[in-house]
Ligand binder design. Structure first.
Ligand SMILES: [Zn+2]
Length: 267
């Protein structure tokens, strides 16, 4: 049984007096357990593919095909290389076991940035390199977009981490789920608030924002060009330790898979 820990930055325990309430097996943990386990794991087909071979950007894409038909979901970690939550969780997702559809994951999307533990790699900020109607704006963006087009996802989830909280700290967008028109950001944010955010961190409740699609972000482009239900997830460094951020990211990822029909027992 997994126990959730909610620690403040610096290791000070927040809410020790309610540790019992926080450490029960939450529905969020059950959701993640459903994503990790399949009724028939021997029927899963897995494949790995090298993107941007023989370049400084070389990185690996992982594909898991479930036996039952379903949508293709594509998950990105490390579009910003210092946002560990997305990288850590995308590396885990490679071993998840969907019951239906296809799960495609790129854990280290900007590999140079990930290796340098920096937001941007040698081609700058990858999440500003998908301008509308112009085509991808760097060698890395071209290579990533080529993989997106080949896998033609129905659903896209890009995993990020901010420094502050939306609406509290100016210019920071933490604890938010941005989504393309027609995607179901509201219900996924509601699931996160029910299953991933303890009551004693009310500032850390997630807000859902339907996004206009005119910007240069990867999830804008997947919605514009492929009509994919597209999500950008942002947790925050503010008061949350690494495992708490990871658990929120894990639950968000499982909630997207569940909402879009990749997990048994889902909608
Ligand atoms: Zn980011």
């Amino acid at each position: 049984m997994r126990r959730r820990r909610i620690l403040a930055a610096g290791g000070v325990v927040v809410g020790t007096s309610v540790a019992g309430a926080a450490s029960r097996l939450t529905d969020g943990a059950e959701l993640v357990a459903r994503a990790r386990d399949s009724s028939d794991e021997s029927a899963l087909e897995t494949n790995a593919e090298t993107l941007l071979s023989d370049t400084v950007h070389e990185t690996t894409l992982y594909e898991i095909d479930a036996p039952a038909d379903g949508p293709t979901v594509m998950i990105f970690g490390g579009v910003h290389g210092d946002e560990y939550n997305g990288i850590d969780v995308a590396r885990e997702v490679v071993d998840w076991a969907p019951d239906a559809g296809t799960l495609v994951t790129v854990p280290e999307t900007d590999r140079v940035a990930v290796e340098n533990d920096e937001r941007e790699g040698v081609d700058g900020d990858l999440n500003r390199q998908f301008p509308a109607e112009e085509g991808p704006a760097s060698d890395l963006a071209v290579g990533i977009w080529d993989a997106v087009e080949r896998h033609d996802p129905d659903v896209v989830l890009d995993l990020h981490r901010s420094l502050g909280v939306y609406g509290v700290h100016q210019q920071y967008v933490g604890q938010a789920l941005f989504y393309s028109p027609g995607a179901d950001g509201e219900s996924i944010a509601a699931t996160l608030n029910d299953e991933a955010v303890p009551w004693y961190l009310p500032m850390h409740r997630f807000v859902a924002h339907e996004s206009h699609l005119s910007g240069p972000l990867l999830f804008h482009e997947t919605a514009r060009e492929l009509d994919a239900a597209s999500y950008l997830f942002e947790t925050t460094n503010f008061l949350l330790d690494r495992e708490t951020k990871n658990e929120m990211t894990r639950i968000a990822t499982a909630a997207v898979l569940d909402r879009h029909g990749l997990l048994e027992g889902g909608p």
